[in-house]
Design a protein around this ligand. Sequence first.
Ligand code: HEC
Length: 235
Amino acid sequence: MKKTINMKKSLNITIALVAAFSLFSCFNDKKPNYQFMPNMYEPVGYETYGEYDVFENEQEAKLPAEGSIPRGWTPYEYDNTTEGLNLAKAESKNPLEITEDNISEGEALYTIYCAVCHGDKGDGQGILAEREKFLGIPSYADPGREITMGGIYHVEMYGLNAMGSYASQTNEKERWQIAMHVMDLKAALNGEPSLLETVGAKAVDSSNTETSQVEQNETDTEGEDVSEASENETN
Ligand code: HEC
């Protein structure tokens, strides 16, 4: 009697072991296994690079819609033409504040990207000019080229003939910082005051106009040229 119980018990254990083993042997860690609730794993939407019949070429990945603008990128409205350059020279304005930081940042970038051709002083005597690898590199002081902040930014965007574009190596802020340094080089070549000096002079100027404004306002309550004073400040 006792023996049969033992027999039954060991049979049960064997069955349990065989069952456990055969279930476990199905487990393959190289492959995904049973999914009891597939919606937990498989997205209901389309996979980014998936293949689906409903799409053209069966590709989920699509080109951005025409006119899309990447995040953080500002459209540049001037064309890559001579008219575009002239327009940029005339009206495109530097949006950054003129600060020592911006200018020294611009100088460092200028040394990396531009000095090989244009020279550290901007006189067109960079090492590649000296070795005659590139010809026709102008001095920024060349009176025949009306070099303005907007014009510099424009040629950084598109390049100009032998000069390549720097739009992919630099971002918008960096291009304006470089443009500031180029304006300083031009000023130094022409013996004119630097940007910071001009800004400093303007600040003194506008504080002068402000005091005279106050004096004026005391007698003339209209205060018509307040707008003029604020214009001076922003310049
Ligand atoms: C490979 C040499 C080379 C490099 C590097 C280079 N330039 Fe030039 N750059 C030129 C040449 C050549 C011209 C004259 C193009 C022309 O008028 O045909 C020029 C012209 C210019 C002009 C005058 C544009 C005008 O209005 O006439 C500016 C401003 C200028 N470069 C700025 C820069 C700045 C800023 C950098 C760096 C981001 C730079 N360049 C890098 C070769 C170079």
